[in-house]
Ligand binder design. Structure first.
Ligand code: SAM
Length: 203
């Protein structure tokens, strides 16, 4: 199971946050897309499967005041909290499996880098999309990055479903219109190239 909690807890226990293949010193493209989607820094932003990503640091530095990070692995969020120090109290932290989570409120921006692509069966993809639909209203922006069609077939040793921005938009369904897209070559800490697709969708 691509999102079993024990898999992810073990990964974050075993590796430094800077050593995981998906590590970015600054998630520049994600930040640019979020800033473009939410000129109002009071907009509620949620990072799904944020792990130990420094996106939360950069969002706080940009002045975003309503930031939530959700991840299935408590160990990942603990790393971000330790890095942020006292600033951790400015963030809402949620330990949950996104396929079993029901949002208690709505978000203006939903960001996911390299999480949805682990859902390789239709039922769990549908559960994710149901959570996304519950958590957003018309006008919200969804920013999702997955391995591209020519990206790796596995991530963290687990099989992934690869997408183009168009195939991702088709999978999310008619509630979401593709409004921007990008392609990125990510360099892992080990020196390998990974092709990512970024899709920006408007609900
Ligand atoms: C490849 S990492 C990406 C982390 C972060 N988004 C980034 O770009 O640095 C995938 C993350 O998704 C989390 N994850 C995997 N399956 C999940 C699920 N079903 N619900 C919530 N988080 C999940 C993992 O714990 C991990 O932190």
């Amino acid at each position: 199971m691509g999102s079993s909690r024990s898999h992810w807890e073990d990964v974050y226990a075993a590796k430094a946050e800077t050593a995981v293949s998906w590590y970015q010193r600054h998630p520049v493209r994600s930040l640019q897309m979020i800033v473009a989607a939410a000129p109002d820094r009071a907009a509620p932003v949620i990072d799904i499967g944020g792990g130990a990503s420094t996106l939360v640091d950069d969002l706080l530095a940009e002045g975003f005041g309503d930031v939530t990070v959700l991840d299935v692995a408590e160990a990942a969020l603990a790393k971000s909290k330790a890095r942020l120090g006292s600033a951790k109290s400015k963030v809402s932290w949620i330990v949950a499996d996104i396929t079993q989570w029901k949002a208690p409120r709505h978000y203006q921006v939903w960001h996911d880098r390299a999480v949805f692509h682990f859902l390789t069966d239709t039922a769990r993809q549908d559960a994710y999309i149901a959570a996304l639909e519950d958590a957003t209203r018309p006008g919200a922006t969804v920013i999702m990055a997955t391995f591209a069609l020519d990206g790796p077939e596995k991530c963290s040793g687990l099989p992934v479903q690869r997408y183009s921005p168009q195939t991702l938009a088709a999978r999310l369904g008619r509630s979401f219109q593709l409004i921007d897209e990008a392609r990125e070559t990510h360099m892992t800490p080990g020196g390998s190239e990974q092709h990512f697709s970024y899709a920006v969708l408007r609900r």
